[in-house]
Design a protein around this ligand. Structure first.
Ligand SMILES: *[C@@H]1O[C@H](CO)[C@@H](O)[C@H](O)[C@H]1NC(C)=O
Ligand SMILES: *[C@@H]1O[C@H](CO)[C@@H](O)[C@H](O)[C@H]1NC(C)=O
Ligand SMILES: *[C@@H]1O[C@H](CO)[C@@H](O)[C@H](O)[C@H]1NC(C)=O
Ligand SMILES: *[C@@H]1O[C@H](CO)[C@@H](O)[C@H](O)[C@H]1NC(C)=O
Ligand SMILES: *[C@@H]1O[C@H](CO)[C@@H](O)[C@H](O)[C@H]1NC(C)=O
Ligand SMILES: *[C@@H]1O[C@H](CO)[C@@H](O)[C@H](O)[C@H]1NC(C)=O
Ligand SMILES: *[C@@H]1O[C@H](CO)[C@@H](O)[C@H](O)[C@H]1NC(C)=O
Ligand SMILES: *[C@@H]1O[C@H](CO)[C@@H](O)[C@H](O)[C@H]1NC(C)=O
Length: 470
């Protein structure tokens, strides 16, 4: 806006001086006034010229906003109608690295200049609880059915066993969802459509594998878009799939509509990569499930400042090793740990999550489970549930560049601030656990809430539309 006014102004200066030589003055001034009025009118009535303190959902990176390849009326995000005060809506800013001076729990102002209470674990607890109730009552998902006797049925139906291991989150989510009150058999009642394929199972199926997965997904989308009208009417928007392994991100490469319009619920949620679109997609926490509570959580003495164990599979980890391998306060261990892992997590104040091949690992879930405050060193990681949870309240986020300052940053956190962080860790633990059947506010319900924020809110009438788009 400012730039266009400037342009008009300089244009007018030139024209004005010209006018002494000709009779252009009157028509050009008139034209100028007309253009200015039009501009003023547009700026006062449209939101093309967004005000910096515009309320509602803000996008972290405006260029990240999903492209919808077909001109549809579906909006990917919706501001729930019952939010009373717009300025109370959770800010979607990523947690910023803690300042060296002052610690992480000091007051800060949000991007709109308002005071942000950083001591809680929620951006806004009341709004979350109110919306959650509404979601729990009204949110409906339609799952594309799959014939049980089809030879690929195992990749579309939920697993029968208790999921385990690194990618358990995917299997847990699918297993819990498909036996849940959110499911509707009536597609006209659905807020979202679930693509039930399991990336984990397709990856291990020798008929598909990593090489064949892109063609398989393409084939599947062609099948459902021919058999049902729901895909074509939105170009795939209002659909979602879930994947914990990072190949879930590239598996959609051959169907651009899935990539650009469908919601990816994925563990490898790096907004640095083009395969993940923050705010359209949602981050799934990678959680190594544990069936029993740690026995000595309350009595554990946390004598080490910080702890890390893992393999050196990334430049970030190499940097960590180079900076801290001989340190007595920060214990970094690469390769197989000879002492028990749970003892190390219970014996440290801070536990490091450091980017490996991908931004995500199970380390955040592990730290929370063992009551250790996570330190996140993984640039561009769209942290799980960050639309709901205030990560600054229970973790420390440090940029890779600041690895040499790690000790200084952690030591500058006062005991009171640490205790606050740790008590918040214990408050958020339940959001990072899976249960079958699910328990209110557990990882499953949190993912559902994130999806609910992304639901389509315009129901397109069925008849005719699928045909007219072809
Ligand atoms: C920004 O917000 C303040 C207070 O909420 C309001 O007074 C002001 O008019 C707003 N500015 C714009 C440009 O919307
Ligand atoms: C933070 O802000 C609150 C409310 O304005 C104030 O009471 C409190 O003293 C502030 N705390 C710090 C550490 O500045
Ligand atoms: C900040 O949030 C905490 C936890 O929800 C609450 O106890 C405290 O009163 C809040 N402080 C302010 C100034 O709103
Ligand atoms: C959510 O719905 C389930 C199933 O109807 C119910 O058991 C649970 O109590 C509900 N939770 C809340 C917080 O409303
Ligand atoms: C499932 O597939 C079997 C064998 O291909 C077929 O006989 C059956 O009718 C199918 N069932 C449904 C519900 O489509
Ligand atoms: C798509 O449909 C064809 C024909 O029914 C079937 O042979 C094929 O297995 C299906 N592909 C997928 C990925 O569902
Ligand atoms: C959806 O569009 C595809 C490609 O344009 C077409 O092949 C298919 O028949 C359409 N589906 C329906 C249900 O009309
Ligand atoms: C750590 O110790 C090893 C030998 O034990 C030494 O070679 C290395 O230079 C030391 N690294 C740092 C960063 O001090």
């Amino acid at each position: 806006m400012a730039r266009s006014l400037l342009l008009l102004y300089s244009l007018s200066r030139r024209r004005v001086s010209d006018s002494f030589r000709g009779l252009f003055f009157v028509p050009t001034t008139l034209a100028l006034i007309t253009s200015l009025s039009i501009l003023l009118y547009i700026s006062s009535t449209s939101n093309l010229f967004a005000h910096p303190n515009q309320t509602g959902l803000r996008f972290k990176h405006s260029t990240d906003y999903p492209l919808i390849s077909k001109p549809t009326t579906i909006s990917i995000l919706q501001v729930p109608s019952f939010i009373r005060k717009d300025e109370e809506y959770p800010s979607l800013d990523l947690p910023r690295p803690a300042k060296v001076d002052g610690g992480p729990l000091n007051n800060q102002t949000g991007s709109n200049g308002n005071y942000v209470n950083n001591t809680g674990v929620f951006h806004d607890r009341d709004i979350f609880l109110e919306n959650y109730k509404e979601m729990n009552k009204s949110f409906k998902i339609y799952v594309y059915p799959h014939n049980k006797s089809d030879s690929f049925a195992h990749a579309f139906l939920p697993v029968k066993f208790e999921p385990g291991g690194n990618y358990a989150s995917e299997s847990y989510f699918r297993k819990v969802l498909m036996k849940n009150h959110f499911i509707t058999k009536d597609p006209s009642k659905a807020d979202l459509f679930f693509l039930p394929f399991s990336i984990a199972r397709l990856r291990h199926d020798p008929r598909v594998g990593v090489e064949g997965i892109q063609d398989f997904i393409k084939d599947y989308i062609v099948n459902i878009s021919q058999r049902y009208p729901y895909w074509n009417r939105t170009g795939g928007a209002g659909h979602f799939y879930v994947a914990c392994h990072s190949i879930g991100r590239s598996a959609m490469e051959k169907v651009q509509e899935v990539k650009f319009n469908a919601i990816q619920v994925g563990c490898s949620s790096s907004y640095f990569l083009s395969g993940y679109v923050s705010h359209k997609d949602a981050s799934l926490p990678q959680i190594w499930p544990r069936q029993v509570e740690p026995p000595d959580l309350a009595s554990s003495k946390r004598e080490k400042l910080a702890f890390f164990a893992g393999s050196i599979n990334s430049p970030v980890r190499l940097k960590l090793l180079q900076a801290w391998r001989n340190d007595t306060d920060i214990f970094v261990h690469f390769g197989r740990l000879t002492t028990p892992y749970d003892k190390a997590l219970l014996g440290s104040k801070f536990c490091l999550h450091v980017k490996g091949f991908e931004v995500n690992t199970a380390h955040i879930g592990d730290s929370l489970f063992y009551g250790c405050v996570p330190v996140i060193i993984a640039n561009h990681y769209d942290l799980p549930f960050s639309d709901i949870l205030n990560w600054k309240g229970f973790s420390i986020v440090i940029a890779t560049l600041d690895i040499p300052l790690l000790k200084e940053i952690l030591q500058s956190i006062s005991l009171n601030d640490y205790l606050e962080l740790q008590s918040n860790v214990l408050k958020v633990r339940k959001h990072f656990q899976w249960h079958f059947p699910p328990i209110d506010y557990d990882a499953f319900y949190m993912v559902m809430y994130e999806l609910w924020l992304r639901r389509s809110f315009i129901r397109v009438p069925f008849s005719g539309l699928a045909v007219s788009s072809g």
